[in-house]
Design a protein around this ligand. Structure first.
Ligand SMILES: [Zn+2]
Length: 193
C-alpha cells in the first residue's frame, strides 16, 4: 500500500514541491477509529517502524532512477507529525514540532499507516510538500499556509506522483523480504507467512 499525502514542511531545507519518503511518524490525533480488532482479545502490535523499509526503498530508487523528483528535491527519509485538523497549526505548535526534530506535518498518515500494519500490509508514505506550515521562524515575509496555496502545489504534483507510481509498482518484489506480514495483529492474521 502506497500513501501519497499532502504535507507541510517544518524545516528550512524542505520546501514546497519536494517529496519526502517517510520513515517515522508521531501521532497527535484523537478520537479516530484506529483498530480492526473489535473483539475482547488485545493485540499489541509493533509500530516502532511504521513504514515498510523495502517498499519505501523501491519508491526512493524509482524516483532517483527517473532523474530525481521533478517537483523539487527528493528526501529519502523524514518524520511526520500527524495532527487532528481540520485547522492548521498555531505558530507555537509548529515551532514545538520542528524543535522536536519532526520534518513534515500532515493530517492523514494516522491511522492509515497503523491500520495497514494491523493487517500485515506493507505501507509506504510519500509526503508531497505543499507549504511551509505557519511559515519560517525569523522570516516575517513567509506567510502561513492557506488551503488554496497548498492545493495549487498539490495539483502540480499529481502527474509527477502518477508517473512515479507507474515506475515503482512493477519493481515491487512479488515475495516481500520484510517483516510487515508477520508484524500484523495476531488475531487478524489469516495468511501463513
Ligand atoms: Zn513490508
Amino acid at each position: 500500500m502506497i500513501g501519497p499525502c499532502a504535507s507541510g514542511s517544518l524545516r528550512g531545507d524542505i520546501g514546497p514541491g519536494d517529496l519526502v519518503v517517510l520513515d517515522q511518524l508521531l501521532d497527535r490525533t484523537w478520537g479516530r477509529s484506529d483498530t480492526f480488532v473489535e473483539h475482547p482479545t488485545v493485540d499489541h502490535v509493533s509500530f516502532a517502524d511504521p513504514y515498510c523499509r523495502e517498499l519505501s526503498g523501491v519508491l526512493f530508487d524509482a524516483a532517483s532512477r527517473a532523474g530525481g523528483w521533478p517537483g523539487g528535491r527528493l528526501h529519502g527519509a523524514g518524520s511526520v507529525v500527524v495532527v487532528q485538523g481540520p485547522r492548521f497549526s498555531t505558530r507555537a505548535e509548529s515551532r514545538w514540532y520542528a524543535r522536536a526534530g519532526i520534518d513534515v506535518i500532515n493530517m492523514t498518515q494516522y491511522p492509515e499507516a497503523y491500520l495497514a500494519r494491523e493487517l500485515g500490509l506493507c505501507y509506504s508514505g510519500l509526503a508531497l510538500v505543499t507549504d511551509r506550515d505557519v511559515g519560517v521562524e525569523g522570516d516575517p515575509d513567509m506567510p502561513p499556509v492557506t488551503i488554496e496555496a497548498a492545493m495549487a502545489v498539490l495539483a502540480e504534483n499529481v502527474a509527477h506522483t502518477r508517473s512515479l507510481l507507474a515506475t515503482a509498482i512493477p519493481a515491487i518484489p512479488r515475495e516481500p523480504g520484510c517483516t510487515c506480514l508477520v508484524s500484523g495483529a495476531p488475531s487478524l492474521r489469516t495468511t501463513t507467512p
